[in-house]
Design a protein around this ligand. Structure first.
Ligand code: FEO
Length: 402
């Protein structure tokens, strides 16, 4: 891709990574991603806002060359993580007059993670401005989107918010701006679920902080640019502020079919009684899809056989993630099958320590294959879910949410 001109003196010079399939050796990227970097030219100074993952630094330099750049004064580091700041050392080497500009906390991170010398880093405070001549950058601290050092950069005259991970989507697309809203919705919700959801309390404050900024564009560091900023702001506000919806997740593992019978029965019964259900066989599920559903579901029911005296390791992995992502779930249920005992229930309960506000439904652990009395108990669990959900908002279709 060649660099793209956003408006006079502002260029997108980042790189699309079509084939990346894993982030942080943890997060699946089914749609690839992009590392967005932007060149902002003022009448006196030039700034590069964020860089790219160092594995594609060569493409960044090619784009800078194609844009005719021969001087960079500032490299804005909104976030120290390597997918944005990993190429800063190479940029500073190529442009010896340049300084990295970042929050106080980020300075420490850049020194530790990338060994950037202190004298090449300029700290800025929350709310501080930096003149490029006829253009002004304003830095706003927005901690925990996604690390404690993160900030956003607001280009005042052009009303552009360079938001870094805030409002991002892991989506490789040749569209510079959002074209396919449904596709971006899915990718942005996945990004929020997997990366941002644990920091919801901080994100609430950050959303309030930028609420009254006049914005013509939100320019994130992954995925396409929002030329309708309210599209993504409204989504994030709904994911952060809204109550969970009338939706239940059933996530299970089954070794010989018993737990699958229980999960299927629950799914059919709960759905028949008017609750939207998402059923995941964890042995084959995309864990990212499960994370997406955690954003606005009210209930999760976990199903597992007892293996080596505890939950199946695949179920334990999912429970660990649910606990770490700190979703707004209100209710949880545990169902399972064993043959000679164990501590499955106690283990799962202990693993959900971050979700102390959650109400645990009466668990159902059975011996072997489900019998008639077990199906009666599963019906009772389904009834309990429906009763608990009675006052929740109906799940809204995409066009209503947007
Ligand atoms: Fe896109 Fe937190 O890095």
């Amino acid at each position: 891709m060649r660099p793209a001109n956003i408006k006079a003196g502002i260029f997108a010079v980042g790189v699309i990574d079509w084939n990346r399939r894993m982030f942080d050796s943890l997060i699946p990227l089914p749609d690839g991603t992009s590392y967005n970097s932007f060149l902002v030219q003022g009448s006196e100074k030039t700034a590069l806002i964020d860089t790219v993952d160092p594995v594609v630094a060569g493409s960044l330099f090619k784009h800078l060359e194609q844009a005719g750049v021969n001087r960079i004064d500032y490299v804005i580091a909104n976030h120290a993580e390597q997918d944005h700041s990993g190429s800063i050392p190479a940029v500073l080497e190529k442009f010896p007059e340049a300084k990295a500009v970042c929050s106080v906390k980020c300075k420490e991170f850049l020194q530790d993670l990338l060994h950037i010398p202190a004298e090449r880093i300029m700290e800025v405070q929350d709310g501080q401005t930096l003149s490029l001549g006829n253009r002004t950058l304003k830095f706003l601290y927005t901690p925990w989107v996604h690390w404690p050092e993160t900030m956003v950069t607001y280009l005042q005259e052009d009303k552009i918010l360079f938001s870094c991970d805030f409002f991002s989507s892991h989506l490789a697309t040749s569209d510079l701006y959002v074209v396919d809203e449904a596709r971006v919705y899915e990718a942005a919700k996945r990004f929020f679920a997997e990366i941002m959801m644990p920091f919801r309390a901080n994100i609430e404050k950050n959303l309030e902080k930028i609420k009254d900024l006049p914005m013509d564009l939100i320019v994130p560091s992954h995925g396409p640019i929002y030329d309708n900023p309210q599209f993504i702001v409204k989504l994030w506000r709904s994911w952060v502020f809204d109550e969970p919806r009338n939706k239940a997740i059933i996530a299970y593992v089954s070794m010989h079919g018993s737990v699958a019978l229980m999960a299927d029965h629950l799914a059919q019964s709960i759905a028949r009684k008017g609750v939207e259900v998402r059923l995941y066989d964890l042995a084959v599920a995309d864990i990212g899809k499960l994370a997406i559903d955690l954003v606005d579901s009210a209930t999760i029911i976990l199903g597992t056989p007892t293996v080596l005296a505890g939950p199946h390791p695949v179920a334990a992995h999912a429970v660990f993630l649910v606990n770490a992502l700190r979703p707004r779930l209100k209710y949880a249920g545990i169902v399972g099958s064993y043959n000679w005992g164990g501590k499955t229930l106690e283990t799962i309960k202990a693993m959900l320590s971050n979700l102390s506000n959650i109400e645990l439904l009466e668990p159902i652990l059975i011996k072997g294959m489900p019998r008639e009395k077990d199906y009666i108990n599963l019906e009772k669990m389904a009834d309990a879910v429906v009763e608990k959900h009675r006052n929740l908002a109906k799940t809204l279709p995409l066009h209503v949410i947007c």
